[in-house]
Write a protein that binds this ligand. Structure first.
Ligand code: BES
Ligand code: MN
Ligand code: ZN
Length: 477
């Protein structure tokens, strides 16, 4: 992944440079450039980038579309930077002038946008590859002024966090077991200044995390339960918050087995847990003003001989009994325990994030995550952070008239609803039973955690969704 630095003037070594081009600027380009644009259909639209054939000396110039000047926003700049980075991904060292600010956006805001756009669009998971298709090593942002260095360094920390979440999401289920996830979290803690505590299986049993143990029954890999802690230095925290992330390192569905197609992306079922860990790793760098405790229950969902059977009942951490009628609705079982543990700390708010239901993506598509909340103020904070970060959330209800769908004949609750509809809402209502009436928000990422194409800031595979919206929420509390 490329490093990003600042300079006042274009560096000698750069072999490409951008020409930020709003749609109204195309007709004012010098004749040769205007002709190239016309011939190749470059209209200055957002997302367009046209590499111009150079004259053999100096850097290659790239027209980067920005759309209408009046519509240039931070997210436009982010997307334009992503398109530019893709267009020059075979270059080793490139310069970027977009970061100087354009439209109404100042350099202090443009720098993070460009850093995110360029670095994230050229992310590749190369652990198992001899060679990366991306050659980009160095990006020099051309900008000068006060406070730019600080805004670059927090932007880099945020991108590092997204990169971590993507790396975890891309790592195969067979190699990223709960134990391995825990070890990596521990290593990260020493590097970034957050604290990580790991409960092993014996401790999990003593703590009566019945949902996590029930899901883990069919697995050869023992479960883990992580607690991550961040406290701001030198001041009283504005609030005490809890984050909870689903950490299913592979979801086969258990005895309610998924079909082969449904299983292929299920190494990413720990994306919620990864988002919590990754977001928290950036809190020291962004100097977040709140104290945060993260809870990450980890297990895979397998079909071993001791696997839980449809119809089995377990007792969750908060004492409620749950009849498991579909072992593929496992995320809510491990989250039940984690939410209960989180609530015991009496936080001012709890936010959980999970790849919980396929229905979330049926409703919203793969690029938008569902948001549900018992607290309008908390929901608004997340929606505002979503607007700033460009990670899209859309609020769905928690309708009390659907609550009876999770009534069980023999236990306090059952883990699935009574029909094919509203699966995301029913899952939300199930989780709500474990929040002890604390202000709570739930983000169901569905397929937003995994992309089957390169688009915008996202590349094929784990997207790291949620990391930026969580960091933004906490940093701006
Ligand atoms: N991890 C899946 C949800 C999922 C599926 C996320 C596809 C992203 C893409 C979850 O554990 C699951 O299997 N949910 C079931 C629930 C159902 C059995 C009530 C689902 O969505 O089908
Ligand atoms: Mn499942
Ligand atoms: Zn799952």
């Amino acid at each position: 992944m490329p490093t990003v630095t600042l300079a006042a003037t274009p560096p000698r070594g750069a072999s490409a440079i951008d020409i930020p081009t709003p749609s109204t600027a195309v007709s004012k380009l010098p004749a040769d450039k205007k002709r190239a644009a016309k011939l190749q259909g470059f209209e200055g639209k957002p997302g367009q980038a046209l590499v111009l054939a150079g004259n053999g000396s100096g850097p290659v110039e790239v027209l980067v579309g920005l759309g209408k000047p009046s519509e240039i926003t931070i997210d436009r700049i982010r997307q334009a930077a992503a398109a530019y980075a893709r267009a020059v991904s075979k270059h080793e060292h490139v310069a970027c002038t977009l970061a100087a600010g354009i439209g109404g956006v100042e350099a202090t805001a443009a720098i993070p946008a460009v850093t995110e756009g360029m670095r994230l669009a050229t992310y590749r998971f190369t652990t198992y590859k001899a060679d990366s298709p991306v050659k980009l090593k160095k990006i020099t942002l051309i900008a000068s002024g006060r406070g730019l260095r600080a805004s670059l360094s927090t932007a880099n920390a945020i991108v590092d966090a997204v990169t971590l979440a993507r790396d975890l999401g891309n790592e195969p289920g067979g190699s990223l077991t709960p134990q391995v996830f825990a070890t990596r979290a521990k290593r990260l803690a020493t590097k970034t200044g957050i604290k990580v505590t790991v409960w092993d299986e014996a401790r999990i049993r003593r703590e009566r995390l019945g949902g996590l143990l029930a899901v883990n029954q069919g697995s050869e890999n023992p479960p883990r339960f992580l607690t991550v802690r961040y406290v701001p230095t030198g001041r009283k925290p504005k609030a005490n918050l809890a984050l909870v992330g689903k950490g299913i390192t592979f979801d086969s569905g258990g005895l309610s087995l998924k079909n082969p197609n449904g299983m292929v992306t299920m190494k990413v079922d720990m994306a919620g847990g990864a988002a919590v860990l990754a977001a928290m790793s950036a809190l020291p760098a962004v100097d977040a003003p709140v104290a945060v405790t993260g809870f990450i229950p980890l297990s895979d969902n397998m079909t071993g001989g001791a696997a839980q059977r449809p119809g089995d009942v377990f007792t969750a951490r908060n004492g409620k009994t749950v009849e498991v009628l579909n072992t593929d609705a496992e995320g809510r079982l491990i989250l039940a325990d984690a939410l209960a543990v989180a609530a015991e700390g009496e936080p001012d708010a709890i936010i959980d994030i999970a790849t919980l239901t396929g229905s979330a993506s049926v409703a919203l598509g793969a690029g938008i995550a569902a948001l549900m909340s018992t607290d309008d103020k908390l929901a608004t904070r997340l929606e505002q952070a979503s607007g700033r970060s460009g990670e899209k959330l859309w609020r769905l209800p928690l309708p009390s008239e659907y609550r009876s769908q999770i009534d069980s004949t023999i236990a306090d609750l059952k883990n699935i609803g009574s029909g094919p509809y509203g699966g995301t809402l029913v899952a939300g209502l199930f989780l709500k039973e474990f929040t002890d009436k604390r202000p709570w928000a739930h983000i169901d990422m569905g397929m937003a955690a995994f992309s089957d194409s390169d688009r915008g800031l996202v590349v094929k595979g784990g997207t790291g969704f949620g990391v930026r919206v969580l960091i933004d929420t906490l940093a701006n509390w």
